[in-house]
Design a binder for this molecule. Structure first.
Ligand code: SAH
Length: 455
């Protein structure tokens, strides 16, 4: 096919940025042909150079600015944009919050729906918020390094300050890195498929300060394993769990299926909403604890429970939302696909003395069909799916069970829009404004809570 692009590679031109994509890139249009430009904000007049031309869009690089946006934050470290750690760092935080609110509004309006979207609930201090790090490990010039990949590549950029992570976690990564160097344990090499350490994961309880170190290794046993483990917990007194995860496959998937506790317990504990949670290495746990409490409180308030209701929490993880709701409901059922998460969830119910909750390991879409077939009549269904959103079958079986309310916690507004439309076809309507909660400041990720009620 012949391309009709009005620009060609390496061409320089002056443009005005019209928009910001959901990935945080500036958009300029040349005769309706969109060019995507990193580090460019709406309203800015920029001289750009075209770097790539495809049939329906292209990419360009900003060369110089004639005018700058009033929302531009100056003197940011471009590493955080290049690695994708903080792609929106150059946009002032209040403008980030507005951007996220508008994202949802616009995606609905593209689907011909006029919805009410509340202002994004933000953080007072929108940095150093992450309670979890997952960093790749590489040999560079013969030395083991930790850092982050340049976006769309596997080139490691060494980093010690990750900007959006709890600084205690940054510190732990450096200490573990130094010990790996000291014991001459080599990093994994993706190309030769040799070496040992692939990734380091660190989780730290926001309230408990309990720390878990997960070493993701190609090998079943690490060289100098006992000494290394001993030195890690000596160097990091907060560490209550050191776990080895074995991933021997040539893959981009980070964790393998085998986990072994090398020191302490297989879980760390933290609290949320005054409840205690055990979290194991493979379980999902929200990364921004301060905002998670706001998000869950919102979900609880919107569920409007009085103590008599039956509730389903689909995609329940370690049971955080389930247990927070159980305090206000008659019976809660939770389902998650990860067996370790459900094991954690059951332990967590006991820890918090909640006996009106039952957890199941299954695909939510399959479990919902079973619940529907067995005649369970939930008053409220909470869904908190991953980015791909809800399966068609889950929506169908939910609608058949006919709950009065569905509380949809979404981390991807694109699939939210699609799924809401399906629920509308099945007799549900949006109730009240959609509420975005900023779980991922400095990044373009948009989290929100939507309530659907039966007409
Ligand atoms: N509500 C929980 C977890 C949300 S994250 C919390 O806030 O902590 C999404 C969860 O969906 C993860 O725990 C993941 O394991 C689970 N998951 C992904 N696909 C699934 C599926 N098809 N069925 C059930 N659970 C699934």
């Amino acid at each position: 096919m012949k391309t009709k692009a009005p620009v060609s590679k390496n061409e320089r031109l002056d443009v005005t940025i019209a928009d910001l994509t959901y990935q945080g890139m500036g958009v300029a249009k040349v005769d309706d042909f969109p060019l995507f430009i990193e580090n460019a904000l709406p309203g800015e007049e920029i001289t750009i150079q075209v770097t790539k031309v495809q049939s329906h869009y292209g990419f360009a690089r900003a060369i110089s600015w004639q005018t700058e946006s009033a929302d531009r934050v100056k003197d940011v470290d471009k590493t955080y944009r290049q690695t994708g750690i903080a792609p929106l760092q150059h946009l002032a935080y209040p403008a980030q919050l507005t951007f996220k609110q508008h994202q949802i509004k616009e995606l609905f309006s593209k689907a011909h729906q006029d919805v009410d979207v509340a202002e994004t609930l933000g953080m007072a201090n929108p940095t150093q918020y992450r309670n979890k790090a997952q960093v790749p490990v590489r040999m560079i010039k013969g030395q083991l390094e930790t850092g982050f990949y340049r976006q769309h590549s596997h080139e490691l950029i060494p980093l010690t300050d990750f900007y959006i992570q709890d600084p205690a976690i940054d510190d732990a990564i450096v200490k573990v890195r130094d010990l790996l160097r000291q014991f001459e344990i080599p990093a994994y090499n993706e190309i030769s498929d040799k070496g040992v350490i692939r990734n380091i994961m660190v989780r730290r309880g926001y309230y408990s300060h309990e720390m878990m170190i997960v070493l993701i290794s190609r090998q079943q046993k690490l060289p100098s394993q006992d000494q290394l483990v001993d030195q890690i917990h000596k160097a990091l007194p907060e560490v209550t769990s050191i776990v080895l995860n074995v991933n021997a496959k040539k893959t981009n998937v980070i964790m393998g299926n085998v986990t072994r506790t090398l020191y302490g317990k297989p879980t760390i504990e933290d609290t949320l909403m005054g409840l205690t949670f055990a979290i194991s290495a493979r379980s999902f746990y929200q990364v921004n604890p301060q905002q998670t409490e706001k998000l869950y409180q919102m979900a609880i308030d919107k569920a409007g429970l009085t103590g008599t209701e039956t509730v389903i929490d689909a995609y329940c993880g370690i049971g955080t939302i389930s247990l927070a709701l159980a305090k206000h409901a008659k019976q809660v059922y939770g389902v998650d696909i990860v067996p370790e998460a459900i094991e954690d969830a059951k332990v967590n119910a006991q820890k918090n003395h909640l006996t009106n909750v039952d957890f199941f390991v299954d695909k939510a879409e399959d479990q919902m069909i079973q619940w529907q077939a067995s005649g369970i009549k939930p008053d409220v269904v909470v869904v908190d799916p991953p980015r791909k959103g809800l399966a068609e079958t889950l929506i169908a079986s939910t609608a058949k069970m006919g709950p009065k309310k569905i509380v949809y916690v979404s981390c991807n507004p694109a699939t939210l829009v699609r799924d809401v439309a399906r629920f509308q076809e099945l007799g549900y309507e949006i109730d009240g404004p959609i509420q975005p909660v900023d779980q991922f400041p400095q990044t373009p990720h948009v989290e929100s809570v939507t309530v659907l009620v039966k007409k």
